[in-house]
Design a binder for this molecule. Structure first.
Ligand code: CP
Length: 338
């Protein structure tokens, strides 16, 4: 049984196979490939794109999706072991994951960090517990990485630039946001861009905003394997120079994780990291990307996000196609043709 928790567990060839089938599903969306199958979509956090695209995707393949929100419409869950459950949680993951596996063919989980202690959140405890107890494949709908977004991003880049992305200059730029956000999409952008063999620059205001070493190391390993590179820069002008892709995301500085009031005066110094026309003019007519939702005129100007080089809407649409391909792959008998 195969889970989809991080793309680091999937080879480049396997990712390419997912993307190839996603392209076929984009041209012919309604195919009864998962007739009679079901997926439980477990959301601990809000969503617009992920929920809509998974629900519709399963329907378009002939299956059924059920949304569960622990603590809202479903029982609050306990993840500690050996503890007396005398708090808010009514149900333990050990039962919940196994019961859902008896009903459904797939489980998908969105569980953001708790934003108190990064050393705990980086264990990805919630989805790892689902994977441990589930007896069906588990899909990550965003925890401390966002691998479904990675697939959509890869598909969109290949649509715009061709399937061979080696030699393309890719800039992941930190942008301002009033809050310290999850690093998941930024971690994921590094992983997939290096897996696709691009020359990647992580642009962030100062060393405190460098991502967790697990993802820096993973990206370096990917770059070695796939012929690209990874650089870290705090120099806006140099980073944008000649870029083919600018992908924007805001995230909280890990050394201040859970102490956001101390981080705030630092991040407030860097509002000029906004993606604007002047910065984009330094690029090689770069594509602009963002996972959405995106605060206009805070992270990116209207002119950039509305320009023909913006791929944000395409990438959001492609979530639908890649996730259909993923669900089909996870449920395909080993060795079966597409
Ligand atoms: N990009 C993304 O995952 O969007 P939602 O948070 O709306 O699902």
């Amino acid at each position: 049984m195969r889970h989809f928790i991080t793309t680091q567990d999937w080879s480049r060839a396997e990712i390419e196979a997912l993307l190839s089938d996603a392209r076929a599903l984009k041209s012919e969306p309604w195919q009864p490939l998962l007739r009679g199958k079901s997926i439980a979509l477990v959301f601990f956090n809000n969503s617009l794109r992920t929920r809509t695209s998974f629900e519709l995707g399963m329907q378009q393949l002939g299956g059924h999706a059920i949304v569960l929100e622990p603590g809202k419409s479903a029982w609050p869950l306990e993840f500690e072991f050996g503890t007396a459950m005398d708090g808010r949680a009514e149900e333990h993951i050990a039962e919940a994951a196994r019961v859902l596996s008896r009903y459904c063919d797939l489980l998908a989980v969105r569980a953001f960090p708790e934003f108190v202690d990064w050393s705990l959140d980086r264990k990805d405890r919630v989805i790892r517990a689902f994977a441990e107890y589930a007896t069906v494949p588990v899909i990550n709908m965003e925890t401390i990485t966002h691998p479904c977004q990675e697939l959509a991003h890869a598909m969109t880049l290949q649509e715009r630039l061709g399937t061979d992305l080696r030699g393309r200059k890719y800039v992941l730029t930190w942008t301002y946001h009033p809050k310290g956000l999850n690093t998941a999409v930024a971690n994921s952008a590094l992983l997939i861009a290096t897996k696709l063999g691009m020359d990647v620059t992580l642009l962030c205001p100062e060393p405190a905003f460098i991502l967790d070493e697990r993802y820096i190391d993973g990206a370096r390993q990917n770059a070695r394997e796939h012929g690209g590179s990874l650089a870290i820069s705090h120099d806006i002008e140099r980073s944008y120079e000649g870029a083919d892709v600018v992908y924007a995301k805001s995230w909280g500085a890990l050394p201040y994780f859970g102490r956001w009031e101390q981080e705030k005066p630092i991040r407030d110094r860097y509002k000029h990291f906004i993606v604007d026309e002047a910065k984009m003019a330094r690029t090689n007519n770069a594509l602009f990307g963002h996972c959405l939702p995106c605060r206009r005129n805070v992270k990116v100007t209207d002119a950039v996000i509305d320009s023909p080089r913006s791929m944000v809407i395409d990438e959001a649409e492609n979530r639908l196609h890649v996730q259909k391909s993923l669900m089909h792959h996870l449920l395909k008998p080993p060795g079966a043709a597409t």
